[in-house]
Design a protein around this ligand. Structure first.
Ligand code: SIN
Length: 522
């Protein structure tokens, strides 16, 4: 395989964590592996709600941390919740300095949205539902202006490279997988910041390329994975037949939008005292039950926003318009969709994975912040905090100077892209059997299907990465014989007593669970 050595830090991914880390590493030279043009294809750019931070004088980081711990259903690491929430305000101020046009009040304060399970309105927003896109635009402008950062657009990572038990590089290829063989890039350090796993599900709010490849790549190299079974389903993805499903932000419910079914019944009031603002897992399950019962759940913004939704929530309004829905007149059909992976590559408080030389930040990591149910708008915050921690940790290891020649890569011919029908089968299997409500029979079937798909299509490294993550999620879900947060087992409906335990698994453990499932079904 062609090998290129560089003095640059290699960052896999191009979302918020990747961009922020690259900026914080400056002037140390960095190369970013970005499958798309910057800003396209990253989950961060699709985030509608915003960044959670205690900005109001009457609010506090302690209250934010307590809400985070409570939402996480017994599996949040309180020290991590404290670490992340304590400095949230500083990150908002930093993003503001970098040019993010947060919504401001007349007296110069920040306009704050309320989202589910927050005891305070504390989500800093941009034009209602544009936070992700605008934060990304501001950071991309900074990255384009920073000479130490080289962005390799149109490239993707497929394997980690190890030397003497240490991560020393990344195997990359052109993002158009049918057109390129691999190139090994060895660098001064490796940071994975390449998103989560939502696209492993047929119903998802994540961009199409976000299919667990980064987690799978690290797992295949031997990294420890934590909380793999904890996948968050956003309650109000728009049920309009689009793949991915457009999101109707939770901030709409924060404004007072209600959930009704086709009979006009407001069903959340009977389920939780906080009704539509109950924790996300509870709302997702209630909507799932309405879907299963054929009751067509809908988000009704008419009374609270009327025509104003078009100006106040332009992204949602545009999604509605392109699907022939006028939200001022008609409620918006919704269904739960895979949205955020709480689990991922296990990291310590320094952002280090269990493999020496590997740092991870953002959704691909599992820091212990989210537990079994992420508090809304904590995802972007965590990405920022750990991007900076990782950048500082990496900087401390760098011995070279700040000069590095730009990389020029000519990929060889070759490459085996994942077979589209295999990917679709995998995604449908995950939604059907590893979705909002799970049980032993379905999870066993899912594992057997993943094994068969992998056996038939294992010549595509990218597909192997997807199958690795899917296996970890399904095996973790099978082993967790309780219901907790977003992980609901119909055959184990109770939450186990005592403090919740985080799960930790190597891919080898998950493959053993999978082999057992195959045996049971043969
Ligand atoms: C939303 O706007 O509802 C999504 C926010 C999040 O997932 O953090």
């Amino acid at each position: 395989m062609q090998t290129l050595a560089t003095d640059r830090v290699i960052i896999v991914g191009a979302g918020l964590g990747a961009l922020y880390a690259a900026l914080k590493l400056a002037p140390h030279p960095v190369v970013m592996i970005s499958p798309e043009v910057l800003g396209e294809g990253a989950s961060s750019a699709w985030a509608q709600g915003g960044v959670a931070a205690a900005m109001d004088a009457a609010d506090s980081p302690d209250s934010h941390a307590a809400d985070t711990v409570k939402a996480g259903a017994g599996t949040v690491n309180p020290a991590v919740a404290d670490l992340v929430t304590r400095e949230a305000r500083d990150y908002i101020l930093d993003l503001t300095t970098m040019g993010t046009p947060f919504d401001r009040t007349e007296d110069g304060g920040y306009v704050l949205s309320r989202e589910a399970a927050h005891s305070f309105a504390r989500v800093v927003r941009v034009k209602g539902d544009q936070a992700g896109a605008e934060i990304m635009a501001a950071l991309i402008a900074q990255v384009r202006d920073t000479p130490s950062i080289q962005v390799l657009e149109g490239t993707m990572a497929r394997d980690l490279h190890m030397t003497d038990g240490r991560v020393t590089g990344v195997v990359i290829q052109a993002a158009d997988e049918g057109r390129s063989g691999p190139v090994l890039l060895s660098g001064s350090a490796v940071l994975l910041a390449g998103g989560g796993s939502g696209g492993l599900y047929a119903l998802t709010t994540n961009p199409p390329r976000i299919r667990g490849q980064v987690i799978g790549m690290a797992a295949r190299a031997g990294a420890l994975i934590a909380d793999a079974e904890f996948v968050q389903f956003h309650p109000t993805a728009m049920d309009v037949g689009e793949d991915p499903a457009p999101l109707a932000t939770e901030a709409l419910r924060g404004e007072g939008a209600i959930l009704i079914n086709k009979h006009g019944e407001r069903f959340m009031q009977a389920i939780h005292p906080d009704a539509e603002l109950a924790p996300r897992d509870i709302v997702a399950r209630a909507i799932h039950a309405e879907v299963q019962a054929g009751n067509r759940p809908m988000l009704d913004t008419r009374a609270v926003l009327g025509e104003a939704i078009k100006e106040q929530f332009p992204a949602v309004a545009e999604y509605c318009a392109r699907n022939g829905i006028d939200p001022a007149v008609d409620p918006i059909p919704v269904a739960p969709a895979a949205h955020y992976h709480m689990g991922g590559i296990a990291t310590d408080t320094q952002g280090c994975a269990t493999l020496e030389g590997l740092w991870v930040c953002g959704e691909a990591s599992s820091t212990g912040l989210h537990g079994a149910n992420r508090l809304a708008s904590n995802g972007l915050l965590e990405a920022l905090v750990y991007a900076r921690i990782c950048a500082e940790g990496i900087t401390a290891t760098l011995t070279g100077g700040t000069d590095a020649a730009p990389l020029e890569i000519a990929f060889p011919d070759g490459g085996t892209p994942p077979a589209p029908e295999a990917v679709q089968t995998l995604r449908q299997t995950m939604t059907q059997h590893v979705g909002v409500v799970r049980d032993r029979t379905g999870l066993t079937r899912a594992l057997a299907t993943i094994a068969a798909l992998e056996a038939d299509h294992g010549d595509s490294p990218s597909f192997l990465n997807m199958c690795a993550t899917a296996t970890l999620i399904a095996a973790g879900a099978l082993l967790r014989e309780e219901s907790r947060g977003a992980h609901e087992r119909s055959d184990f409906p109770e939450t186990a007593e005592g403090p919740g335990e985080r799960s930790r698994m190597y891919l080898a453990d998950a493959l053993a669970v999978r082999a057992q499932a195959v045996k049971e079904l043969s």
